[in-house]
Design a protein around this ligand. Structure first.
Ligand code: C5P
Length: 294
């Protein structure tokens, strides 16, 4: 039996814009994505002689192909016509579930990277991204991670100059939001404010961290129910008061994050929010992932 361990890294949206609704029901997006060091751990085993086995430390997560990690393993074997002789996936989650940080997609992408090495498939990053797109819109980005522009459904990727290294406080309020419902809410209204994506990319190119932080914006914030929106704003205000250079919601939320150039300020923000929100984390930005593990 062959075994390996891989890590799945959370992503943040430095910006998120929704363009048009497409005939296939999805929406065209324009998002600047960033990997952070918050991560899940996955233990993969091939040649177990048993059908795909999926276990996790969270009992409520699906343990079959409805879990994106298992779906990715099945898609990889199907697309490459590989018989691994049985597979086992053991998932230890740290990234909050349904939080706007692409935790499930990151797990799927980690399975693709891990099995690529374990089974000696030698697939390129582009091929792994193609297979990832069959599993979910955020999976292709999560294969390579780093700082990137994601367009189309999320699968059309352009690498960007890396965000200057910084400290990040993540804070997930206790409520959860439904991704399809938020998209539907956006369809029913005129988007009043959009992120300055070109300006944000310009700031990345200039290595200007405060310039990036100042331009962060997510159009989904505008269509949250009023009570939810107020809670998101309260967390953003707290992050800014503690010295964040900027704060925004990630994905369809509800996680809010702040970027800090000073570790002491990030620690103070974490300490202030942690008693109020159990799922508060102090992490850092991370670079691209392919060369780390494959
Ligand atoms: O691709 P994924 O399964 O992650 O998408 C989940 C849901 O989010 C889709 O069913 C769709 O309602 C919505 N979505 C969308 N446009 C995108 C990505 C997701 O409308 N670009």
């Amino acid at each position: 039996m062959a075994a390996t361990e891989v890590f799945a890294y959370a992503k943040l949206n430095l910006s998120l814009d929704v363009l048009d609704k497409r005939p296939d029901g999805y929406h065209d997006m324009k998002m600047v994505m960033q990997t952070v060091t918050l991560r899940d751990r996955l233990a993969l085993e091939a040649g177990t002689g048993a059908p795909l086995q999926m276990r996790s430390n969270l009992g409520f997560l699906p343990a079959d192909e409805h879990n994106l990690a298992a779906a990715a393993a099945l898609a990889l074997c199907r697309e490459t016509e590989t018989d691994p002789g049985g597979l086992s996936i053991r998932l230890e989650k740290t990234i909050p579930v349904c939080a706007g940080m692409a935790g499930g997609s990151a797990d799927a992408a980690a399975v693709l990277r891990g099995l690529n090495g374990l089974l000696g498939l030698r697939l390129s990053q582009a091929r792994l991204e193609e297979i990832g797109a069959l599993v979910g819109s955020d999976v292709p980005y999560c294969v390579g991670g780093g700082t990137a522009l994601a367009e189309g459904r999320g699968e059309v990727l352009t690498p960007l100059p890396p965000l200057p290294h910084c400290h990040v406080v993540l804070c997930k309020p206790a409520f959860s939001v439904s991704t399809p419902e938020l998209f539907k809410a956006l369809d029913g209204c005129r988007i009043r404010r959009r992120p300055d994506t070109a300006g944000l990319i310009g700031a990345l190119t200039a290595g200007d961290l405060p310039g990036v932080a100042r331009r962060m914006y997510n159009v989904f914030e505008d269509v949250l129910p009023q009570r939810r929106y107020q809670e998101i704003c309260a967390i953003k205000n707290s992050l800014i008061q503690h010295g964040a250079l900027g704060a925004s919601m990630s994905g369809t939320g509800p996680t809010v994050f702040g970027l800090f150039d000073r570790q002491s300020a990030a620690e103070a923000a974490w300490a202030a929010l942690r008693p109020l929100y159990q799922e508060t984390f102090l992490v850092e930005t991370a670079g691209t992932l392919m060369e780390k593990e494959v």
